[in-house]
Each structure stands twice: as structure tokens, then as C-alpha cells.
Design a protein around this ligand. Structure first.
Ligand SMILES: [Zn+2]
Length: 438
């Protein structure tokens, strides 16, 4: 047998070994520690945003929601889902923004092991400043469970995405905005998995992803003025903007923050999940109360509090409009090498593997990419399983990982700027390195 075959066999055993490792099922939100917030970002009342918020009204949002609900149940793979996808694409075309289908096919998950084929619908409004290449994403899912028209789950979020696109497309922004509606959510987040993977493989810089799922139900005064946010580690300053929108434009919602989201959780509750798995920043918007009609025929228009849905939509749209133009005060770091879902040998990429499984054999160069906030970076720290290993004070910010290992490890990178703001990215991979550097 040639040495090449030994290597192939070793790799095969390695893959089998990794697939057999039980993954711990940890809860998605760890609320033990606080989210970082940045006081140097103060938004004030702006006439442009005031005007945008006034254009988001009941007629607009209810119009989209009614037309979606009239299609009937929109279960992935059925005629209803097909009709909804075409309806949404038509709407984006009427708004004269770029509209496209993103096709995907996939097996479900361990709870739903069937084969699915469907499409996401994406509207893109390009930013007018070519240097601002970080994209703002707002997404919801247009598919439903069987036997329900899904007015709240997730007709509400889909109507919000369409209303956002309708109003924001009437203005120019420096940054690009993507209005995304997924299918396959109810079958195991399949559409969003394929799309997050597509964006990641194409090196898309995403400033933040907003997820809205079931944002239309409020039956009491209290819940009608409540909004929950689940936030990734570095998105606290964006949550600050949401709070500012609420107070500056007199919505005065009671906003509850939870996070940071656990990027290594084994399951997710909605389409944000694969974005955070890839290291993107994300904020999910949740209503103030649970919906007992979820996945039931009773989730129809009578389940919707339209003024609440309009105000939830306004919070999201006002935040998008702010982010669309503002200078970003904080640095953004992302690990560019190694990447998620790939196999490396001595720092060479061997194979594109599977989205959430990364394998590193022998040594590897840990290389973060840093986008500056409003001040320069002073240092970058490198952690191996939460233990500080190296501090880099100068460009290029890199660190060779070359430890003995035959198991899974976590690498975390933190960049600090002169204002004391920081940004984090982390990646977990199976690390095979029996003989240290030669
Ligand atoms: Zn849903």
C-alpha cells in the first residue's frame, strides 16, 4: 500500500471517529454574563428615519400579510410554498430591487430524515457606497407547518420583510441590504442553512443578520409594548440602536436582552442558527408572549395584533436605516483561516467538508481579518480553549497553532481598539496533531 493510501485510510478513520463523537446539547442562550454595550454610539432623531417609520403602517403590512395568508398553507415542497415564493419575488420586482430565487436541496435533520427541495427568495438593495461592503440582512421564513396558513408563524415576519423592502427601497443607503425569505424552516432550518453556507463560501461580509419569527401576537397591553432580543456577543451596540429607536421615536417598548447566543449549540430555534454557527453577528426579535396557536389551524389573521406587528417592524426598519448610513464605531473581527467546514493539512486546504465540521491536521496559521471601527487596533489576543496563548501587537495579526492534540478544541480571537472596544470570533474544530512542528 502506498503512503498516499495510508493517508486516505487515516483520514477515513478520522472522519468516522469525529462523526461518532457525541455533541453536548447545550442551551442556546447563556445569560450568565452581560452583553457588551458601547456608549460611544448615540443615535438621535433623524428626519429621514422619522419619515421611513411613518411609511410603515397597518395598510402596508396587513396588505402583504393578507395576500400571503390567502395562498393557504405554505409547507415546503407543496404548491402553496411555490405560489408564495413567486408572490414574494413579484413584490421585490415591483419595488425594483434585485430579486432572485436561491435554490436548495437537502436531507432534513435527524428528527425529519426526508429529502427536500425548494427555494429561498432574496431581494437585494445595493448600497451606494462601494467601500461599505458589509451587508445588512433581514430575514423571515415564508414556509409554514402543514394545515395552517401561518399568519403569525411566520407570515408576520415575512410581511415585515416585505414592508421593510418596500419602504427602504424608496431611499438610498450607503450599505447593501438583503431582504430574505426562507423556506424549509419548519423542516429543520434547511433553507437558511443553505443560504448562510452560500454567503460564507462566497466570503460575504455581514454586518448583522436580523431574524423575525412570529412577531405578530400580543394580547395584553404589557406584551403589546414588549420586545425580546437574543443577541450574539459583539452585537450589543446594535441592540443599543434598537433601544434608541424605541425611545427616540416614542415607541417606548420594554426591551429584554438575552445572550450572548451560544454559537456551538447543537440546535437552533429559528433561521438565525446557521448564521451564528458561521460566526456572523445576529439579533433575533421575539414578541412579549408565547403563541399557543403555533402550527395550528387557529394561526390565522385573527391571531395577529396588527398595530403590534407594525411597531415591531418599525423597530427593525429604523435600525436597518440607521446602520445603512452610519459609520460603525466598533471593530469587527472574523477568523479567515481556518474556515468552517473545511479540512486542512499543514495549513493547506485539502477539502471542503461539511458546514459545521472543521478538521485541522498538523499545524495551522490562525489568521483573523479585522475591519476597523473608528480607531486603530492595538492588539489581538489568541485563545486556545479559553486559555490566552499569544498576543499580537502588530500587523499582520497571525498566530501559528502547533499543539499536540487528538480531539476537538476551540480557538478564540479578540481584537481591541484604542477606544477599548473589542470584537471576538471563535471556531471549534477537530484538531489532529500527534507530532509537533518539524
Ligand atoms: Zn417559525
Amino acid at each position: 500500500m502506498q503512503s498516499k493510501n495510508y493517508f486516505k485510510m487515516g483520514l477515513l478513520f478520522l472522519i468516522i471517529f469525529i462523526l461518532l463523537i457525541p455533541t453536548s446539547s447545550s442551551s442556546l442562550i447563556e445569560s450568565k454574563y452581560d452583553i457588551l454595550t458601547y456608549n460611544n454610539f448615540k443615535s438621535c432623531v433623524s428626519p429621514k428615519i422619522q419619515e421611513i417609520l411613518e411609511k410603515i403602517n397597518e395598510t402596508l403590512v396587513l396588505g402583504f400579510l393578507k395576500e400571503l395568508v390567502e395562498i393557504g398553507p405554505r409547507k415546503t415542497g407543496t404548491y402553496g410554498a411555490q405560489a408564495a415564493a413567486e408572490y414574494i419575488k413579484d413584490q421585490f420586482e415591483k419595488m425594483q430591487i434585485n430579486s432572485e430565487f436561491h435554490y436548495w436541496e437537502s436531507f432534513g435533520n435527524q428528527y425529519n430524515p426526508r429529502y427536500f427541495k425548494c427555494k429561498n427568495v432574496i431581494g437585494t438593495q445595493y448600497g451606494i457606497d462601494e467601500e461599505k461592503d458589509e451587508v445588512i440582512i433581514f430575514n423571515a421564513h415564508y414556509d409554514t407547518a402543514a394545515n395552517t396558513v401561518g399568519a403569525n408563524d411566520d407570515g408576520s415576519g415575512t410581511a415585515a420583510v416585505l414592508a421593510a423592502a418596500y419602504v427602504l427601497s424608496q431611499y438610498d443607503f450607503r450599505r447593501t441590504m438583503k431582504f430574505v425569505t426562507f423556506s424549509g424552516e419548519e423542516e429543520g432550518l434547511l433553507g437558511s442553512r443553505a443560504y448562510a453556507d452560500y454567503l460564507y463560501r462566497n466570503d460575504t461580509d455581514i454586518l448583522v443578520e436580523f431574524n423575525a419569527d412570529m412577531i405578530g401576537r400580543a394580547t395584553t397591553y404589557e406584551s403589546g409594548h414588549s420586545l425580546g432580543l437574543s443577541i450574539t456577543e459583539d452585537a450589543g451596540w446594535i441592540a443599543d440602536i434598537i433601544c434608541n429607536i424605541s425611545s427616540n421615536y416614542d415607541f417606548n417598548f420594554n426591551i429584554t436582552r438575552s445572550g450572548p447566543m451560544n454559537r456551538f449549540a447543537t440546535r437552533g430555534g429559528s433561521d438565525y442558527y446557521h448564521f451564528i454557527l458561521y460566526g456572523y453577528e445576529s439579533i433575533s426579535f421575539w414578541p412579549g408572549e408565547w403563541d399557543p396557536n403555533m402550527h395550528k389551524p387557529t394561526d390565522d389573521l385573527s391571531n395577529i395584533n396588527i398595530s403590534y406587528l407594525v411597531n415591531m417592524t418599525r423597530h427593525i426598519v429604523g435600525t436597518m436605516a440607521t446602520l445603512g448610513d452610519e459609520e460603525i464605531p466598533v471593530p469587527r473581527v472574523s477568523i479567515a483561516n481556518p474556515k468552517h467546514g473545511e479540512i486542512y493539512f499543514k495549513d493547506f486546504l485539502i477539502k471542503n467538508f461539511r458546514l459545521d465540521k472543521t478538521i485541522v491536521i498538523n499545524k495551522i496559521l490562525i489568521r483573523p481579518e479585522v475591519i476597523l471601527g473608528n480607531t486603530p487596533i492595538i492588539k489581538v489576543e489568541y485563545y486556545y480553549d479559553d486559555k490566552l496563548q499569544h498576543i499580537d501587537w502588530e500587523k499582520p495579526y497571525v498566530w501559528w497553532l502547533n499543539e499536540t492534540s487528538i480531539r476537538r478544541h476551540k480557538i478564540k480571537v479578540i481584537a481591541y481598539d484604542e477606544n477599548g472596544n473589542s470584537s471576538t470570533d471563535e471556531i471549534r474544530f477537530f484538531y489532529w496533531n500527534i507530532l509537533k512542528n518539524r
